[in-house]
Design a protein around this ligand. Structure first.
Ligand code: KG4
Ligand code: ZN
Length: 362
């Protein structure tokens, strides 16, 4: 056994039960993810009560899988990082209580992590796979089924929210449009696939708030425009379905790219990070790459398995703080940790006060 400092990371904020072992902030030893998609598919979305129950059933197996894959036992763990929010409260509590119980049994510190900070730190884990390490400061776009937000990430732990969605998240729009088209849940990947065979200029869907509204987003209007289009033209044939998917996707991607590049330009950073489940989208990846290259910006997008919910990113976000606690001799002291269904990622660390963030246009 090496003398590496192993930590366990746990994520259960929505419909993935995930555990990972890390031996450094960028050193991933294992990552196990149990997806609940099959449970929720028939309902066309995540059913919170079923999600919590499934987490309860899966979490012990998932943690054991992560430990086995890393080749270590529970007793080798020196600390635990766990998602404390935001997310579904019943789901969060399963991970949190598991972490608290295990932390107490092992007498090691348990460190709470913000789910969005996890997404923002995911690209750093990909460095060992040949991905370029993003340079701080950067502008981070987090796009998933539950979130669509832009952050100015000044330094590790120092984040300023520049904008967020005022209604649906981007992934939610993909999922709702897919459901409307009878394509099932989740909808992002299937729309992405259909769109490859379609003409993205076939239907001129709106680009809500693309040029105004600061860095906030609004996607429910595009979704309504798709419904209205379907009402007027009726059931699409295969070709029309691909055109519709491509045109819808292009509208969402256009807004995301426009606002992200503008934010990077206004804030004055040289790097853009795009992460979250929607960052798997092939058109978003290619359009963002082209726009960033035209602006002289470096783009960092993690590989797809690190874009969707996973525990590795939670470990990456929590590792340094946990290590400090371990090295200062802290033991288990997580009695008062509680799940936070809503929790804004703000200037989360004490360093925030010392770092001057540039003025941005709102
Ligand atoms: O990050 P994630 O796994 O969970 C949340 O925190 O929500 O993201 C899931 C979301 C779903 O809405 C799914 O439709 C979307 O990511 N998604 C995609 C693609 N793959 C997953 N959206 C667009 N294109 C994709 N290829
Ligand atoms: Zn997420």
């Amino acid at each position: 056994m090496s003398d590496a400092t192993y930590i366990l990371a746990i994520e259960s904020s929505c419909d993935e039960t995930a555990a990972a072992v890390l031996s450094g902030p960028r050193t991933l030893c294992s990552s196990a993810v149990h997806s609940q998609i099959e449970i929720h598919r028939q309902y066309g979305g995540v059913v919170p009560e079923l999600a919590s129950r499934s987490h309860v059933m899966a979490i012990d197996t998932v943690v054991n899988d992560a430990l086995r894959e890393a080749g270590i036992s529970r007793n080798d763990l020196r600390g635990i990082a766990v998602t404390m929010g935001p997310g579904l409260v019943g789901s969060l509590l399963v991970g949190l209580e598991y972490a608290r119980g295990l932390g107490w049994a092992l007498d090691v510190p348990v460190h709470p992590v913000h789910h969005i900070e996890g997404h923002l730190r995911a690209p750093f884990l990909a460095v060992s796979e040949g991905f370029d390490e993003p340079e701080w400061p950067f502008v981070g776009l987090v796009v998933s089924g539950g979130h669509s937000s832009l952050y100015h990430c000044a330094a590790p732990g120092v984040y300023e929210e520049l904008g967020r969605t005022l209604d649906d998240a981007a992934g939610e729009a993909f999922d709702k449009v897919s459901k409307h088209l009878g394509l099932g849940y989740p909808g992002g990947a299937v729309i992405d696939r259909l769109a490859r065979g379609g003409n993205s200029e076939a239907i001129a869907f709106p680009r809500p708030m693309a040029k105004k509204g600061g860095y906030h987003f609004s996607f429910s209007g595009i979704k309504t425009a798709v419904s209205l289009h379907l009402e007027s033209v009726g059931e699409p044939d295969d070709e029309a379905l691909c055109d519709l998917a491509a045109s819808f996707q292009e509208a969402v991607v256009d807004v995301l790219v426009e606002k992200t590049v503008r934010a990077a330009r206004d804030v004055g950073v040289k790097t853009v990070v795009v992460t979250g489940g929607v960052a798997c989208n092939s058109r978003l990846r290619s359009a963002m790459a082209a726009a960033c290259s035209a602006e002289g910006l470096r783009l960092s997008v993690p590989p797809p398995r690190l874009c969707t919910d996973n525990a590795a990113m939670i470990g990456a976000a929590g590792y340094d703080a946990l290590l400090r606690r371990i090295e200062s001799g802290e033991r288990f002291d997580a009695w008062d940790l509680n799940a936070r269904a809503t929790w804004r990622l703000a200037k989360a660390s004490s360093r925030a006060a010392q770092v001057k963030t540039p003025k941005v246009r709102s």
